[in-house]
Design a protein around this ligand. Structure first.
Ligand code: GRF
Length: 213
């Protein structure tokens, strides 16, 4: 039987634990999306093994083959995603900055997961920076992808308290567990048309995001 659910492309660069959470969610036929392609920019990303184990098509498009031509690299990814019929896109630990043309082409249809309560701690090393600042609260965010890095409107967030004596690793592990919870939920809303990008805000069931989970 053909699977009529909307097709998702997932972009990864590494371990792929969020990809795994999406694979596990989509394994349930009641989940409103299916993963049609997992695309990595590095051939040794462990997430590729996870996809293969689940019988999901994979592709490797190495940015190294494009000599710094970001637009050409993104065009190759775009082609692969369209050929696989992808309607929506999930960035899951994808470590390349996307060109504006690519982001525009997928506007409102691409989401990312980030390990902080955006707009706090955009970029890397979010857990160490939050601990160093003496922050009491941290967490993760699923947001629409827009041209600015980690700047798109938030769909959902989960709050994770920072505990006395927390190490970067301990905090990262607690945040990651929440990432695995909120990312499939946000993808489900996107695929069902319940989460939409409306100008510079995310609407979830018609109300401005982020939804706190
Ligand atoms: C996650 O912390 C995610 O929030 C960030 O990159 C990490 C990817 O981890 N964007 P994984 O590859 O999903 O395990």
């Amino acid at each position: 039987m053909t699977d009529a659910r909307p097709a998702i492309g997932v972009l990864i660069s590494g371990r792929g634990s969020n990809l795994q959470a999406l694979i596990d969610a989509a394994a349930n036929p009641a989940f409103p999306a299916r993963i049609a392609l997992v695309l990595s920019n590095t051939p040794d990303a462990y997430g590729l093994e996870r996809a293969k184990a689940a019988g999901i098509p994979t592709a490797v498009i190495s940015h190294r083959g494009y000599g710094g031509d970001r637009a050409a690299f993104d065009a190759a990814m775009d082609r692969a995603l369209r050929e696989a019929g992808c309607q929506f896109l999930c960035l899951a630990g994808f470590m390349r900055i996307l060109s504006e043309g690519f982001v525009e082409a997928w506007r409102g249809r691409a989401i990312n997961i980030h390990p902080s309560l955006l707009p706090a701690y955009r970029g890397l090393d979010t857990h160490a920076r939050a601990i160093a600042d003496g922050a009491k609260e941290h967490g993760c965010t699923v947001h629409f992808v827009t041209p600015g890095l980690d700047e798109g409107p938030a769909i959902t967030q989960a709050l994770v308290p920072i505990l006395p004596g927390d190490t970067e690793d301990a905090l990262a592990a607690r945040v990651l567990a929440r990432e695995h919870d909120i990312y499939p939920k946000a993808l489900g809303w996107l695929a069902q048309g319940r989460a939409v990008l409306d100008g510079d805000r995310a609407l979830i069931d018609g109300k401005p995001g982020p939804v706190r989970l």
